[in-house]
Design a protein around this ligand. Structure first.
Ligand SMILES: [Zn+2]
Length: 629
């Protein structure tokens, strides 16, 4: 076809796209100059002062900080990371314009399926699941279950809940003549059987919760098992695997319903999972979103703060929940958000809380949730007390270590952050009854040590480091302590004795976090089987292992697990302990390095130098991971 017509098509798509509403789907925009200009936080760099401008008259956008700018096509290419051709497709679909023949896919799929094909198949599948739940006799149990959970017909319709029947090829059969198996597998709706013997549906006999992206398009599903499920080792919840349109660490469940309330209240409440999210919405608390089986990431927070200044994380009062809350603080203190922690009574999820105490109590607790650093302070005081000088020191150190992680650089926010730091320091001084001067001195000591570490890590020493390559944030160690070995083994014991936990574990624990290479391989094997859609049993794992030493380890772990009668409920605790040790190690090492340097009058001996390298390596990996998140 002549060039003219594709040019015409492009202009047609442009004319049906309003750039303000397009960008507004992902960024909270504020009207300026009587609507001639809109302002928001730029999604293309870590923006703290709104530097994104959208101009409705010119239908263009421009960021004054990072210089990204252009028209609607450019915006989609940048934000979806796609080529021009695909940006047109996405915008055409959004505007309900049919693609002309020359533009149609198929010819363009050198790299497999396109994003727009995946959007299409997921939307189609959502419709299949939804209709099945509403009408099919096969879905009677699922309907009963949802009713018993108080999910009304309105809720089922609004959240487009669905059901996939107990039939391993139900969706594949329905897709015949509409979507190819390549598209179904790329969208993670189906997977290939072992040895290439056909395909099977990824979700079977589950209530389906569609997961939507910022543009409200369904991109993935969460599947919940029905009560009375007899299949062994089936996890209660699981999500679609990641695909080119679904990245867990970027999306939050229920955002499409929560968006307006989040804007209006300038507050976003984060709970775990889709059922908690829907339940809180049902109780009228609409500014709530759910994480998708992972901890909140910096990408989440960066996205959320384009809509609200205040972020309230809701955690269970048990140890696992509280440890997660502390991790969140360390991760997000430096972000320009008002981070709050709401603690539920131990063992209660939001649904329990709402059923017991009602919506008003929930709303009040959210309103009064303490700032995250205050929450941490209370925990530290509970841990050490404040009765002795030593105890106060420990509390103070714990708080200052966190404060010191906030980079002390210049820039537009330096002043804002310094005010906040002053407030926190002032509070610590007052509550611990210490001298302000001493506290500040201590903070700058800690900060200087961190800066020294950074310098060393940039210096020639680190360059020469040719130790093992670690591809995770775990701290490379000299040797494993007995406790570490015990914890890592215990984790694998739980996995082998209760393979059902692997689904949950997979969500937020990387194999590389294990230090023992053999245990790492063992866990990787379990993850691999799970990803391949295999039913995970001890025998299946054994069959998969080729290395006989590894098989021996697996057997003795399994024996030990049975001897101890280890329970699946130990998982959270073991995980929390494993996590804590990385932080503890880093702190311990810096202490030792400092001591040696002081004693030797500034020089580094070999051992300390080696320690310093390991620490820098750790910090570097952590920095990279944070950037990636
Ligand atoms: Zn920018």
């Amino acid at each position: 076809m002549p060039r003219q017509s594709s040019e015409e098509f492009k202009e047609l798509v442009r004319s049906r796209t309003d750039i303000v509403s397009l960008i507004g789907e992902g960024v909270s925009l504020e009207s300026r100059r009587g609507g001639h200009e809109f302002v928001g936080l730029c999604p293309f760099h870590d923006d703290r002062n709104p530097s994104l401008r959208v101009y409705p008259e010119r239908q263009s956008f421009k960021c004054w900080s990072c210089n990204t700018g252009g028209d609607c096509f450019e915006f989609v290419m940048q934000s979806e990371r796609v080529e021009f051709r695909e940006a047109i497709e996405l915008l055409a679909t959004r505007a309900n314009i049919e693609m002309p023949r020359t533009h149609q896919r198929g010819s363009q799929s050198q790299d497999g399926t396109s994003k727009s094909q995946l959007f299409e198949v997921v939307a189609w599948a959502e419709q299949q699941f939804h209709e099945c739940l509403l009408n099919s006799p096969q879905a009677a149990t699922a309907r009963d279950y949802l009713n018993s959970r108080g999910f009304t017909a309105d809720v089922i319709a609004a959240y487009r809940l669905g059901y996939h029947p107990n039939d391993w090829e139900w969706l594949i059969q329905r897709a015949r003549g509409k979507f190819g198996l390549d598209v179904l597998t790329a969208a993670k709706l189906a997977a290939q059987r072992d040895g290439g013997r056909g395909y099977y549906d990824y979700f079977v006999d589950r209530v389906m919760f569609p997961i939507r992206d910022m543009q409200r398009r369904p991109v993935a599903f969460g599947g919940r098992i029905l009560p009375g499920e007899t299949r062994e080792n089936a996890p209660k919840y699981f999500n679609s695997l990641e695909s080119i349109i679904f990245t867990k660490s970027r999306l939050l469940y229920g955002f499409d319903h929560a968006r307006d309330a989040i804007r209006k209240t300038d507050t976003v409440v984060v709970v775990e999972g889709y059922t908690d999210c829907i339940t809180t919405h049902q109780h009228g608390q609409m500014n709530v979103v759910g994480t998708l089986g992972t901890a909140l990431t910096e990408t989440h927070v960066t996205n959320l703060k384009r809509f609200a200044r205040k972020v309230v994380l809701v955690y269970d009062g048990d140890d696992a929940g509280q440890n997660a809350a502390e991790r969140a603080l360390t991760k997000f203190l430096a972000q320009e958000v008002d981070l709050r922690i709401m603690t539920l009574p131990a063992g209660m999820d939001p649904a329990d809380f709402l059923a017991t105490h009602g919506a008003a109590a929930f709303a009040k607790d959210i309103e009064q949730a303490p700032e995250a650093w205050q929450h941490k302070f209370r925990r530290a005081v509970a841990r050490y007390g404040v009765d002795s000088i030593d105890a106060k020191d420990r509390v103070l150190d714990e708080m200052l270590e966190v404060l010191a992680t906030v980079p002390h650089t210049g820039g537009a926010d330096a002043g804002k952050w310094r005010n906040r730091e002053d407030l926190i320091l002032g509070s610590l001084v007052q509550r611990l009854g210490l001298k302000e001067h001493a506290v500040r001195q201590r903070l700058s000591d800690i900060r200087r040590r961190a800066a020294d570490r950074q310098r060393n890590h940039d210096g020639p020493e680190a360059m020469q480091h040719d130790g093992p390559a670690y591809d995770s944030v775990s701290l490379p160690r000299k040797s494993l302590s007995r406790r570490d070995v015990y914890l890592e083994q215990e984790l694998l014991q739980i996995v082998l004795a209760h393979p059902a936990v692997v689904g949950r574990l997979r969500e937020d624990f990387a194999c590389e976090e294990l230090q023992d290479p053999q245990l790492r391989k063992l866990l990787a094997c379990c993850y691999g089987l799970m990803d391949a859609g295999e039913e995970l049993t001890f025998l299946r794992v054994m069959a998969e292992l080729e290395d006989s030493a590894l098989k021996g380890i697996a057997v003795s772990l399994d024996e030990e697990a049975r001897r101890k009668g280890i329970g699946a409920d130990l998982l959270e605790q073991t995980l929390a302990c494993l996590r804590e040790r990385h932080t503890t190690d880093a702190v311990e090492m810096s202490g030792q390095i400092r001591e040696q340097v002081q004693q030797s009058g500034g020089g580094l001996n070999d051992e300390t130098a080696a320690m310093l390298r390991r620490l820098s390596e750790y910090n570097k990996k952590r920095a990279v991971k944070n950037k990636l998140a």
